[in-house]
Design a protein around this ligand. Structure first.
Ligand code: ATP
Length: 332
């Protein structure tokens, strides 16, 4: 499956975009088109806290074929101006998305141009299909897509370490989107180890049409855990080797054991429909059910895309509930 974003796919898609750029000889304007894929977290464990307050996590990140679309236009310029126009596909959940310097795509473009010292202006047109503040990494993916596209367009402009540093400064999930493929992710998001084996999954995504702030879910999780967790209780650590073993066993019960999400109790408390939507997925025949990131988007795993589409039809969801079939990328 081509998610348009998984590792080699991401590289080849970005390259294709660059090869197919239209080069206006008069103005040397480059026009690039690039997808920015969503991700799900196939399980998420909070395993520690850094002195700066950031949570350390362990999670399996899986890119999806659900993607925003970015059109970038680069033109030689005395300064490094970055502009953005955003449009959202009808029915995409989420509030108003900023189009100024608060937008991660703008910040990514500006950071790259400033660090590289390139004299270009960048005009971005962003078509949102990924629900906003939904746990699907949409903003981070837009930023990652801008960075990797500019890096492809100007290969020697910044070194790989600087690029990785810019990504992490923009957000904990952005480094993953520099080269999205199924991966074990640790630290605050900067430790990324691609999984040698990961199967393709057909998923149904459900979102209640309510945005959930990641920071708020983490705060509520801290409150719940300080009340419930016995001091000194050790988190369950999943090493990459252990995850690879679970995947290689191909046993659904073993894979399902990866799916717990430490942010789920707080997300359900802040957004009770999360639990109801997970139950709807089970009732519709999902073999495994999880919540992505800090929610509120939940997902169910189905045997194949046809079964997933049939489940969406059976569920007869109505607005504001958003339902989509998506394919998760496999390794390789
Ligand atoms: P995270 O868990 O990283 O916060 P998320 O997937 O839950 O991510 P996003 O869709 O990235 O949520 O949106 C989080 C916030 O980021 C929103 O409040 C939104 O206004 C802001 N934001 C900034 N840039 C973007 C962007 N390009 N697309 C979507 N949201 C953006």
């Amino acid at each position: 499956m081509n998610c348009g974003c998984s590792s080699s796919n991401a590289r080849s898609d970005a390259s294709a975009a660059i090869v197919s750029r239209s080069l206006d000889p008069a103005a040397a304007v480059r026009r690039l088109s690039v997808p920015a894929c969503a991700k799900i977290n196939f399980g998420l464990a909070l395993v520690g806290r850094r002195p700066d307050g950031n949570h350390e996590l362990q999670s399996v990140f899986v890119p999806l074929d659900l993607a925003d679309d970015l059109q970038l236009e680069l033109a030689p310029s005395a300064g490094a101006e970055v502009t953005l126009v955003v449009e959202s596909e009808a029915g995409t959940p989420g509030g108003v998305i900023p189009s100024d310097d608060r937008n991660l795509a703008v910040r990514a473009g500006r950071a790259f141009l400033e660090r590289s010292g390139l004299h270009f202006s960048l005009a971005i047109r962003l078509s949102k299909r990924i629900p906003v503040a939904a746990g699907l990494g949409g903003g981070s993916s837009d930023a990652g897509a801008v960075l990797r596209t500019l890096d492809e367009a100007f290969p020697d402009a910044v070194d790989p370490g600087t690029l990785a540093g810019i990504a992490l400064e923009l957000g904990a999930d952005v480094p993953f989107f520099l080269d999205p493929r199924p991966a074990w992710v640790g630290g605050i998001g900067e430790r990324i180890e691609p999984l040698p084996v990961w199967p393709e999954f057909a998923l149904v995504l459900l979102n209640p049409g309510i945005s959930l702030s990641t920071a708020e879910v983490f705060r509520a999780t801290d409150v719940l855990r300080s009340a419930l967790t016995p001091p000194g209780a050790a988190p369950t650590l999943r090493s990459l080797r252990e995850i690879a073993g679970i995947v290689a066993s191909n046993r659904p019960d073993a894979l399902a054991s990866l799916l717990s999400n430490d942010l789920l109790p707080a997300a359900v408390r802040l957004c009770p429909p999360v639990a109801r939507l997970q139950q709807r997925l089970r009732d519709a025949g999902a073999s495994m059910v999880g919540m992505s990131g800090s929610g509120p988007t939940v997902f169910g795993v189905f045997g194949n895309a046809d079964e997933a589409h049939e489940a969406v039809e059976r569920m007869q969801t109505v607005a504001p509930i958003w339902a989509r079939v998506a394919l998760g990328a496999k390794s390789g």
